[in-house]
Design a protein around this ligand. Structure first.
Ligand SMILES: Nc1ncnc2c1ncn2[C@@H]1O[C@H](COP(=O)(O)OP(=O)(O)OP(=O)(O)O)[C@@H](O)[C@H]1O
Length: 312
């Protein structure tokens, strides 16, 4: 009997199964299991040293896992790359300096099994006007655009980007993400590591939070914010003396408190309980506002909670 590929193979762009990678005594990736689907735009977040670049290196076959399995479109990363299914834009590795932007992009297109036209690649990356320049004469932001052009030289099914917009100005950043959105809308999976949480919030369908090589959270930006649980509360009081300030600091579930004049701003792991206890102090708060955390604050709360748990 002849069979086509199994459904799990067809539906997974990337799968990691219990993948570990250590460098000497540093465990950079620690039992990572995840599954990315075609057409998903996924942000990989994590503090410095969390294992983001190592994860991308494993995904691109640049490093081998110590244990576990990495599959890309159901095959090994190297095979998927050889088939032209994966485009990557990495932080590391210099670009060839002595050639022009056009020559470099021509080379990338020529090497790609499913190449695009050079003029289209240059235009999409916004580098047509600098195509005649030597690569080693480019600014940091221009260099990033060239890296992006190299990553999109052919019809990839998965695009992997490691901190892609570092060094880009606001206009370049917006143009970059608009192009990336188009790629995702055409059914490509896009995985990007970033330190810009507002980008993850605005762009990604799904956010992965890595910490010490492990997946701390996996969901939409809204789900990650909800997972952090904490909320911001602000209010004014008629008067805050030293005694009241001390009692405010004793409110339950506080994770931070800032008193400036008669205005109080706090974060609470259980805003309902904190506000209830506030009324219990016999004071009347006015201009009371309770709001959820932004992704950045949620990220800090989640990773800080993990740090605290692993320190115990
Ligand atoms: N080649 C290497 N040799 C030794 N240790 C390494 C190597 N590459 C990474 N590490 C270590 O592995 C851990 C994960 O590093 P990695 O670069 O994957 O993190 P990251 O999340 O990409 O960090 P950043 O946000 O700073 O780029 C870190 O502790 C790092 O020092």
């Amino acid at each position: 009997m002849t069979t086509t590929s199994a459904p799990t193979v067809a539906t997974s762009a990337v799968s990691f199964e219990r993948v570990t990678k250590s460098y000497d005594d540093v465990r950079a990736v620690d039992g990572l299991t995840l599954d990315l689907r075609p057409g998903e735009t996924v942000a990989l977040l994590g503090p410095n040293g969390a294992g983001k670049s190592s994860t991308l290196d494993l995904l691109l076959g640049l490093r081998r896992p110590d244990s576990g399995t990495v599959r890309v479109f159901g095959t090994s990363p190297r095979e998927a790359i050889a088939e032209g299914r994966v485009g990557a834009m990495l932080q590391s590795g210099g670009l060839m300096g002595e050639v022009t932007v056009r020559e470099l992009v021509e080379l990338a297109c020529a090497l790609h099994p499913r190449r695009h036209r050079v003029s289209d690649v240059l235009a999409r990356a916004g580098i047509t006007e600098i195509a005649g320049r030597k690569v080693d004469k480019l600014s940091g932001g221009q260099e990033q655009r060239v890296r992006f052009a190299l990553a999109t030289a052919g019809a990839n099914d998965l695009i992997v980007l490691d901190e892609p917009t570092t060094g880009m100005d606001v206009t370049a950043r917006q143009a970059f993400w608009a192009t990336m959105r188009e790629q995702a809308d055409q059914g490509r999976a896009v995985l990007f590591a970033t330190h810009y949480l507002e980008e993850a919030d605005a762009i990604a369908d799904r956010v992965l939070v890595l910490h010490r090589g492990r997946l701390l959270a996996d969901g939409t930006a809204a789900e990650i914010k909800a997972k952090a649980g904490a909320r911001k509360v602000s209010f004014d009081l008629a008067e805050i003396d030293a005694d009241l300030a001390a009692r405010l600091r004793e409110l339950p579930f506080l994770t931070s408190l800032d008193v400036a004049g008669r205005t109080v701003r706090l974060q609470s792991a259980d805003a309902d309980a904190t506000v209830h206890a506030l009324y219990g102090l016999g004071v009347y708060p006015y201009n009371l506002e309770v709001a959820g955390l932004g992704l950045e604050q949620a990220f800090v709360a989640i990773t800080a909670a993990e740090e605290a748990a692993s320190a115990c």
